[in-house]
Design a protein around this ligand. Structure first.
Ligand code: PMP
Length: 355
């Protein structure tokens, strides 16, 4: 498995499994109701308090999936608001803007000159929200947070960061890109999902207490959709505890990602250079991408074929990701499969001589 987002390898951890089992024994399998109605248990509140404290935020709200968590941001938007959104932002972020009825202005991926130009072009008096991702899900690169935060400050815009792929992994404490770059106080709203490093299902927004309280009462996913199951909450809570207690998992996943990047580059592949667990292997052509994916699958290695519309035409790639649970032997097997499959499909030369 070279495509999992279980970055810290916690979904198989016996302590996380046991926490989920215990929650089922004590609270049953479902809350059968939304957060606003009957679906808020003490467990949900405990998870929110722990997460808010972990992220150094006033408050947090936990919803049933990461996708729904981003959709919940629509409650903060109105038709006079302008949302400046990175071209490569996740579909849930794009959908939230549409659902909120705000004006969406898309800036070229991580292009802060374009963002600056759009900011200068916003009518005075409109509410402006900049939305981007800490680590981009498909290409694994990091947003240019220092410049984006500076621009947000200069133009009085609010800043939301989706930290789905960096929370738990980046920063000494695992608080993601804002911590890594020393810019936590520049980000107004932090989003994370529980389905990646936190080995569960669900998501959360963390920020100012008033904003979070508003989401709790007005966002459709909080009002009209059943809350996280007790097992999901308990697993996320235990995983969060381990994120804090076992920083060596962060070192391991980063070492594993570096080993994958070095190995594939040595074979002649064009590989992304960002120090994150997501390793994009650029192929650049739809059919070649699918053929390579199939050859890897036949060799027993599961990867992600990232094709349009997940990326633009011509930027097709094979996405692999390292986890802290990969052994050296497994990493070498993945690299070995890329050597054989890439040669067979013609993406790399016979001796790893490059395209
Ligand atoms: N944001 C980003 C950046 C994501 O990559 C994902 C999932 N791929 C989500 C949000 C949605 O999270 P979930 O799958 O937990 O609903």
């Amino acid at each position: 498995m070279a495509a999992s987002n279980d970055y810290l390898g916690l979904s198989a951890d016996p302590r996380v499994r046991e926490a989920a089992r215990k929650a089922i024994a004590e609270h049953g399998t479902s809350c059968s109701g939304s957060r606003l109605a009957n679906g808020t248990y003490t467990l949900h509140l405990e998870l929110e308090e722990r997460l808010a404290a972990f992220l150094h935020r006033e408050a947090a709200v936990a919803l049933s999936t990461g996708f729904q968590t981003n959709l919940a941001v629509s409650a903060l938007l109105g038709q006079d608001d302008i949302v400046l959104t990175d071209q490569d932002n996740h579909a849930s972020l794009r959908d939230a803007v549409r659902l909120g009825g705000a004006v969406e202005r898309v800036f070229r991926h991580n292009d802060t000159k374009h963002l600056e130009w759009l900011l200068a072009d916003t009518p005075a008096g409109s509410g402006v929200l900049i939305v981007t991702e800490g680590v981009f899900s498909m290409a694994g690169d990091m947003c240019d947070l220092p410049r984006i935060a500076e621009l947000a400050g200069q133009h009085g815009a609010r800043l939301m960061l989706d930290c789905a792929h960096d929370l738990g992994v980046l920063g000494a404490g695992g608080r993601g890109v804002p911590e890594l770059l020393g810019l936590e106080s520049s980000v107004d709203l932090v989003m994370t999902t529980f389905s990646k490093s936190l080995a569960s299902l669900g998501g959360a927004l963390a920020g100012e207490a008033d904003v979070i309280d508003y989401i709790r009462h007005w966002a459709s996913p909080a009002v009209f959709s059943a809350s996280m199951t007790p097992a999901s909450v308990a697993a996320a809570l235990k995983a969060l505890e381990l994120v804090e207690a076992e920083p060596e998992r962060r070192r391991r996943v980063m070492d594993n990602a570096a080993r994958l990047r070095d190995g594939l580059r040595g074979l002649g592949y064009e590989v992304g250079s960002a120090s994150t667990p997501v390793v994009p292997v650029h192929v650049g052509d739809f059919m070649t991408c699918l053929r390579l994916w199939r050859a890897l699958f036949d060799a027993g290695v599961f990867t992600g074929a990232v094709i349009h519309p997940a990326v633009q035409h011509g930027r097709e790639l094979i996405r692999i990701s390292a986890t802290a649970a990969h052994t050296d032997a497994q990493l070498d097997r993945i690299i070995g499969a890329f050597a054989e499959a890439g040669t067979a499909v013609g993406v790399i030369g016979p001796q790893g001589a490059g395209r």
